[in-house]
Design a protein. Structure first.
Ligand code: FAD
Ligand code: MG
Ligand code: MG
Length: 307
């Protein structure tokens, strides 16, 4: 799929999710969350910063939050593209989508899991991202603010960055959907249309999407940091005979697909790198996958210092 096609695919997926009726309360809450994010993009952001002429870059690190937001961003870009054609005499199919790749930035400043790096690479292809990666090798120690300063030296045309941060993240309680950066950061606009999303909303939409997600979540990770401070979430530890209840069974069984031979049996996760499996999989312990955790206050409980 090219960028126009994947944007249209994400639009179809989002529309399909919004049409679900009488399923579960988390789905109706997530539908409200999507509608708010959609209005923020279409009414508040795109009239000022167009996603179609390289004024916006998307902050992407392969995590669940920015992936869910990316699906919505692409969906809204497709809608915005259709709006620009409103006065055209020709059918949309006769208009070429104006972008080939989506400007994206990944600050690779931590010692990341290979599985995550591989996932960033494969998902970048799937979503047609033109991924700027900073922080390779000798630059790993630079701060995120410095990394963005460098990015802006290469891309001075960028005015605003989309960020998949949520109110329940550290220091994020008082953030706003649109705001400039703080004084110790390079000056640009932060676009944060995902603040109101809860963990359960993220999982519901991602699982329904049927898009491959980073395989580390399948091992009980709920928040992915560096390999030095990330372990499976202790609240997901279970005994062999535990029969846990999954909040998102409906989403798995009715997962989105544009082909008839969809499986609808399991969450679609990327392959875990063997070294990461060795690092995270302790044979004596059993952890449920990350999507079994829906309490926002426990999301980072796996981020602990290893002894
Ligand atoms: P996560 O859930 O890991 O990240 C939240 C979101 O941040 C992700 O969904 C993704 O969109 C983005 N992100 C996180 N890590 C990366 C990465 N390595 N590469 C690319 N994107 C990433 N903090 C301030 O105090 N003041 C600021 O003015 C400020 N401006 C920022 C501007 C941008 C464009 C970004 C990306 C971050 C900024 N931050 C700023 C930091 C921000 O508030 C979070 O602390 C930071 O994103 C890390 O989030 P997290 O690890 O807590 O949560
Ligand atoms: Mg997050
Ligand atoms: Mg992070």
């Amino acid at each position: 799929m090219d960028l126009g096609q994947i944007a249209q695919y994400c639009y179809n997926l989002t529309t399909s999710y919004l049409r679900i009726e009488n399923a579960t309360s988390v789905i109706s809450e997530t539908q409200d969350a999507i509608k708010l994010t959609r209005r923020c993009f279409l009414d508040d952001i795109f009239p000022t910063w167009s996603p179609l002429n390289s004024e916006i870059s998307f902050s992407y690190n392969g995590g669940k939050d920015c992936q869910a937001l990316l699906l919505l961003y692409l969906s809204c870009i497709w809608e915005f593209f259709l709006l620009t054609l409103e006065h055209s005499l020709y059918d949309p199919k006769y208009h070429a989508f104006p972008l080939k790749e989506l400007p994206t930035v990944f600050i690779d400043h931590e010692q990341t899991f290979s599985t995550l790096e591989e996932f960033v690479a494969t998902s970048s292809k799937r979503y047609c991202l033109s991924l700027y990666e900073s922080g390779r090798d000798n630059e790993r120690d630079t701060s995120m603010a410095d990394a963005f300063k460098k990015y802006l030296e290469v891309h001075p045309e960028m005015k605003a960055f989309v960020i998949g941060i949520r109110h329940t993240d550290p220091y994020a309680a008082n953030l706003k959907a649109i705001q400039r950066t703080d004084a110790n950061w390079p000056d640009f606009v932060r676009l944060q249309p995902f603040l109101h999303w809860k963990l359960a909303n993220v999982w519901s939409f991602l699982i329904y999407s049927n898009e491959p997600i980073c395989g580390l979540y399948g091992l009980g990770l709920t928040s992915i940091g560096s390999i030095n401070n990330t372990l499976p979430n202790p609240h997901l530890k279970v005994d062999q005979d535990d029969k846990p209840n999954l909040m998102f069974q409906w989403e798995i069984e009715h997962a989105f697909s544009d082909s008839k031979d969809a499986s609808g049996e399991a969450v679609n996760v990327s392959t875990v790198n063997a070294a990461d499996l060795k690092l995270l999989n302790q044979p004596q312990d059993r952890y449920l996958p990350g999507w079994y955790l829906t309490d926002d206050s426990l999301e980072r409980a796996g981020r602990i210092k290893k002894e």
